[in-house]
Design a protein around this ligand. Structure first.
Ligand code: IMP
Length: 195
């Protein structure tokens, strides 16, 4: 079974990647005994995913996968974007962040509330080949917080097709349509081509 180092220690991400890439041995940073903090100083999701994957591939010499994701709100010129985790400070609760974003869009109606979750996943191979894929989950910024599942900005991304926020979807439903699930399936195709 081919090994892939996943440049993440986020439990949910590790589970999701293991579930979609069943034919590979997915090894998290912790499992690989790596404890480094790579600075994500890129200006796009793709750049940040590549920065992480390159840094860890250099350390391990193995096929390495990394992702970067976030929320883009069109009315706010795509903020918080690559700063999604850092928006208003790492330690600020998502309840506060989510309320602040709803407030910023006060008086904004209909399609002008368009937003999306974005995920870029990069894979770097030991011979230097690089693949990066991006996928999105499109929605509208909700006017109020709702839903108990998910994490982060899920309670404020309303999915018109499902008439609920992304935090109201079950984890299985979300994986089927999420930015991360879609990007992972695109990467799976690339891994098969590059095998
Ligand atoms: P990272 O990709 O681990 O750097 O995290 C990016 C940040 O984007 C997270 O901390 C969340 O704030 C946000 N984010 C990314 N994907 C999702 C999602 O599926 N639901 C809710 N928030 C998300």
């Amino acid at each position: 079974m081919k090994k892939i180092i996943l440049a993440s220690n986020n439990k949910n991400k590790v589970i999701e990647v293991k579930d979609i890439l069943k034919d590979y041995e997915i090894v998290s940073l912790k499992e690989a005994g790596i404890d480094v903090d790579v600075e994500e100083n890129g200006t796009t999701f793709e750049e940040n995913a590549l920065i992480k994957a390159r840094a860890i591939a250099k350390l391990t010499g193995e096929i390495t996968m990394a992702d970067d994701s976030g929320l883009e709100i069109d009315y706010l010129n795509k903020a918080p974007g690559v700063y999604s985790a850092r928006f208003m400070g790492h330690d600020t609760s998502y309840d506060i962040k989510n309320r602040a974003l709803i407030e910023k869009l006060e008086g904004v109606e209909g399609q002008d509330r368009s937003c999306r979750f974005v995920c870029a996943i990069a894979v770097v191979f030991p011979d230097g080949r690089e693949v990066v894929k991006r996928a999105t989950m499109e929605g509208l910024l909700a006017k109020e917080i709702s839903g108990e599942n998910g994490f982060g900005y899920d309670p404020i991304v309303y999915l018109p097709e499902y008439k609920m926020t992304s935090a109201s979807l079950s984890p299985e439903e979300k994986n089927k349509i999420s930015h991360r699930g879609k990007a992972l399936r695109l990467i799976k195709g690339e891994l098969e081509k590059n095998a």
